[in-house]
Write a protein of this length. Structure first.
Length: 136
């Protein structure tokens, strides 16, 4: 087995960590809770489609949020005899947002959470290349 020195590694491989120039976001930490009825089950399946998704800009993030809210409204119309699904967003800071879909309870503070998701801004991108590292 050949052990390469640090200089040889730098000469033969290009490792690059760059700060994200554009606003990239990623959805993660999706938690889908026990389904209360068919509407909650359908909303859970919709939420699972957006787990671990890379989002290219703040505009795309807002469009994704609007798409999820539209699907919630469609489910509320499909199942009119059940309580309406609600959507809330909490922005922790400019890099971290929490989304929550829930059914409001009769008593204050006893909502039934259908799913929650965390959306975080990508801090940096790590790239690997076997091309020669040519510096001018």
């Amino acid at each position: 087995m050949t052990v390469l020195s640090r200089a040889e590694i730098k000469r033969h491989f290009c490792f690059k960590t760059t700060t994200a120039m554009t606003e990239l976001y990623v959805t993660h930490t999706l938690s889908v809770y026990a389904e209360k009825n068919a509407k909650c089950a359908a909303m859970g399946e919709i939420a699972r489609q957006y787990e671990n998704v890379l989002i290219s800009s703040r505009l795309s993030l807002d469009a994704l949020k609007a798409e999820i809210q539209l699907k919630m409204l469609e489910l509320n119309e499909t199942y009119p005899r059940t309580k309406a699904l609600m959507f809330s967003e909490y922005e922790h800071n400019s890099r971290h947002v929490s989304w929550r879909c829930y059914i409001p309870g009769r008593q204050l503070g006893f909502d039934h959470t259908v799913w929650t998701s965390e959306v975080k801004r990508v801090r940096s991108i790590y790239q690997f290349s076997e091309q020669l590292n040519i510096e001018s």
